[in-house]
Design a protein around this ligand. Structure first.
Ligand SMILES: *[C@@H]1O[C@H](CO)[C@@H](O)[C@H](O)[C@H]1NC(C)=O
Ligand SMILES: *[C@@H]1O[C@H](CO)[C@@H](O)[C@H](O)[C@H]1NC(C)=O
Ligand SMILES: *[C@@H]1O[C@H](CO)[C@@H](O)[C@H](O)[C@H]1NC(C)=O
Length: 296
């Protein structure tokens, strides 16, 4: 009769703990009644907490979910591993992988566009993965930041806070001809300027009649951005300060915060701007600062 040797047992233990068992980014089918067929990927860390918070991480143009997930400037996988929250990674259905932030369908609540597909992903994560519905957060860079603004405007009832890097105001990329996934030179170049009231009306118009809570907005932009002009920082601040009914003048301005050459402008509890002096497109995600904004 053979008895397992200590070495064989050690082998068994290391097999059980092998990386093959580790959590992975996984594509899931979700109930999606939108016209947009954006795909859903999810990362559930090995040590997920009970009723986990959810961070939706929205990729940029010319990016994929896989490349974004592995990009060490977008360290949300690491945050998820450390703190036990879930991340959902929507995948754009459009060639070139930008998000549709130009058509009525995406720029309105239940309009059927990409924003509705992402809202459906959030609802599925709450239902299937027992996500705490009061702890749903959205982040993204560039086109993903534009989409973060659009999500905040179109599905405010689903989202607690947003931290977006180098985007444009919600509705700034609107296509006059109604086209899906259109580039808009006026907006990208910083020529689409409006009053706070006008920008606020754009947000209110995306979900008419909604008067419930809205996500707290943290807006990052680089002063040397030559893809989405830095003026978009001012326009986005105008938009959300108007939505929250707070003045255009910061309640506090802190130099070299949260890091050297970055300036933090606070507008009360609901809007924070972080202007990165000398930084181009797109500002790298600061996981710590975004997690603090989310309360994670
Ligand atoms: C799609 O699903 C959402 C969320 O469940 C629901 O509110 C909406 O009425 C549905 N719309 C259509 C057209 O089925
Ligand atoms: C670009 O967006 C602006 C609003 O930011 C809009 O007025 C303009 O019509 C759009 N341009 C095109 C070509 O659709
Ligand atoms: C990110 O922000 C935190 C504070 O929220 C700061 O301590 C840290 O230095 C920042 N990260 C980098 C890379 O500068």
């Amino acid at each position: 009769m053979l008895f397992p040797t200590p070495f064989a047992l050690m082998g068994l233990v290391s097999l059980l703990a092998s990386p093959a068992q580790a959590a992975q980014l996984t594509k899931v089918n979700y109930p999606n009644n939108a016209t947009s067929k954006a795909e859903m990927y999810i990362y559930v860390p090995d040590k997920v907490v009970a009723n986990p918070p959810l961070v939706v991480v929205i990729h940029s143009c010319q990016s994929t979910v896989q490349s974004y997930f592995q990009n060490n400037k977008i360290p949300w996988k690491q945050g998820s591993d450390r703190k036990g929250y879930i991340t959902v990674w929507p995948s754009s259905p459009h060639s070139g992988t930008c998000w549709d932030v130009s058509s009525r369908s995406s720029l309105s609540h239940l309009g059927g566009g990409d924003s509705q597909a992402i809202a459906n992903m959030i609802l599925y994560a709450i239902d299937k993965y027992k996500v705490d519905a009061a702890k749903v957060y959205v982040t993204g860079g560039s086109s993903g930041a534009m989409m973060s603004n659009v999500m905040a405007a179109t599905y405010p009832e689903l989202i607690s806070a947003v931290s977006l890097y180098s985007g444009v105001p919600a509705g700034c990329f609107v296509s006059a001809s109604g086209g899906v996934d259109q580039w808009n030179n006026s907006c990208s170049g910083g020529q689409s300027r409006a009053s706070p009231e006008q920008w606020g009306n754009v947000v209110r118009g995306m979900y008419p009649g909604y008067d419930g809570p809205r996500p707290r907005m943290q807006i990052w932009h680089g002063s040397a951005d030559s893809t989405l002009a830095p003026q978009n920082y001012q326009e986005t601040i105008k938009q959300w300060t108007n939505v929250f009914g707070v003045p255009q003048t910061p309640t506090s301005t802190k130099a070299n915060t949260p890091q050297a050459n970055y300036r933090t402008d606070d507008y009360g509890d609901h809007v924070e701007g972080i202007y990165a002096q000398g930084v181009g497109h797109s500002v790298p995600a600061n996981l710590t600062a975004s997690e603090i904004w989310f309360g994670l």
